[in-house]
Design a binder for this molecule. Structure first.
Ligand SMILES: Cc1cc2nc3c(=O)[nH]c(=O)nc-3n(C[C@H](O)[C@H](O)[C@H](O)COP(=O)(O)OP(=O)(O)OC[C@H]3O[C@@H](n4cnc5c(N)ncnc54)[C@H](O)[C@@H]3O)c2cc1C
Length: 393
């Protein structure tokens, strides 16, 4: 039986493990933490992410937990429209939003019996020599397989060993996320209930309705992450965003300190020189944030990870260990690197828009946003809408 070791039980690793197992691979997932768990946040699935998940598991349970994402437009803090709602290009399946913990549960439920998960196993070494089977270890145990899937996130141990040129650096932002249940919120007017995005000087707030009155929100501020305890950070957020149009203040007021998920926004610069490393009867591949961590402005990190997983699954579907699997590993590299580079380029253009701070820069941004933003978003949505999973043999 063909064997794969997937390192990391985040979204990328769980999606890849399930996809491979469904094609008959024996899969072992190694997770460094003591349990497989997601933070209490939510995730937007753009058309590419939805298509990838559907191709990985046509019977998967995630659609039942997804809510449609309304197009709430883009506003200034005073509520003036920079980009009116309902201008999002409509191609492809409609974007959806899912609570992350529910999505993890759906992916774990889809793993089946051929997947063994070992938690508390933090990989510290990787062997990727041309002539021997690829392997990973934690200093005590060494596991060999035909295929090693490195889905161990932005600080990937495996990437640092195989592509040390790609370094995780700060993007110049801090982000905070939270999910607020509907019972804590007032009834919003329809324009507020649709959520949307608001851009201020170096600040951004995205309000995302989750269905049944609940909301998820993401606040971004230029600068370093804050060292203070959550209650102080929440007080700071309320101050920074005070006076912003509804529902920003209401969402922050209804958030409890323990709901807050703060994060430094980081990215890989440069991207790794390769995503596939042929060795022995197969090789090692990089997936998800391990391969292409990027700022969250277009909400594409996980969608791209699902594309990675769906592409890998198709390429190795019928590849036997030996020449065929080695070729598939090289094809994965050829397919995924240009795709990731294009999405990362788009994301960096959005970073520049979000980061505008000085009065002149802001005025120029606001003046240009009406045309610039739909253009950037139009091409970003094109990137998301046009992607199709590769044909399966
Ligand atoms: C504020 C914010 C909002 C976002 N919004 C969206 C969105 O709306 N849509 C979207 O598509 N993307 C979004 N993203 C991006 C998305 O969250 C990430 O791209 C995605 O979660 C990455 O998943 P991953 O599995 O590659 O990495 P991770 O989630 O980091 O998972 C890596 C796993 O590997 C484990 N691990 C690490 N090292 C080892 C080791 N040595 N041995 C064993 N295990 C190890 C970790 O414990 C972890 O479980 C957002 C990101 C941010 C910061």
């Amino acid at each position: 039986m063909r064997t794969a070791v997937v390192v990391g039980a985040g979204l990328a690793g769980l999606a890849a493990a399930g996809g491979l197992a469904r094609d008959g691979w024996h899969v072992t997932v190694l997770e460094g933490r003591e349990r497989v768990a997601a933070p209490p946040t939510a995730l937007v699935l753009w058309p590419n992410g939805r298509r990838a998940l559907e191709s990985l598991d046509p019977d998967g349970g995630w659609p039942a937990i997804a809510a449609p994402l309304p197009d709430g437009g883009v506003r200034r803090p005073d509520g003036q429209w920079l980009v009116p709602p309902h201008t999002r290009p409509g191609a492809g399946p409609a974007p959806a939003v899912v609570p992350l913990q529910d999505l993890y549960d759906a992916l774990v439920a889809g793993l089946g019996e051929r997947v063994e998960i070992r938690t508390g196993f933090a990989v510290t070494t990787v062997r990727a020599r041309r002539a021997s089977r690829p392997a990973v270890g934690d200093g005590r145990v060494f596991l060999e397989a035909d295929l090693i899937v490195a889905a161990d996130g932005i600080d990937s141990t495996i990437r640092r060993a195989l592509a040390p040129e790609a370094v995780a650096v700060g993007s110049g932002f801090a982000a905070w996320q939270a999910v607020v249940p509907g019972f804590r919120l007032p009834d919003f007017a329809p324009a507020q209930a649709a959520g949307g995005e608001t851009l201020g000087a170096g600040y951004r707030f995205v309000a995302i309705p989750l269905g049944r009155g609940g909301f998820s929100w993401v606040a971004t501020a230029a600068g370093a992450p804050r060292p203070e305890p959550p209650a102080t950070q929440l007080a700071l957020l309320r101050r920074w965003f005070s006076g912003w149009h509804a529902p920003v203040g209401e969402l922050l007021a209804a958030t409890h300190p323990e709901d807050l998920v703060p994060q430094e926004v980081r990215e890989l610069r440069p991207l790794p020189r390769a995503y596939g490393f042929r060795c022995g009867p197969g090789g090692v591949v990089l997936l998800g944030d391990a391969a292409h961590a990027m700022p969250h402005h277009l909400g594409q990190g996980a969608c791209l990870a699902f594309e990675d997983a769906a592409t890998l699954r198709s390429l190795v579907a019928t590849a036997e260990p030996g020449a065929a699997l080695g070729d598939a590993v090289e094809e994965y590299d050829r397919t995924r690197r240009p795709r990731a580079a294009t999405v990362v380029r788009q994301t960096r253009r959005m970073s520049a828009v979000v980061q505008a701070r000085g009065r002149l820069a802001l005025r120029a941004r606001d003046a240009a946003l009406g045309s610039l933003r739909p253009r950037i978003l139009g091409s970003a949505h094109g990137l998301a809408a046009d992607w199709q999973p590769p044909d399966r043999p």
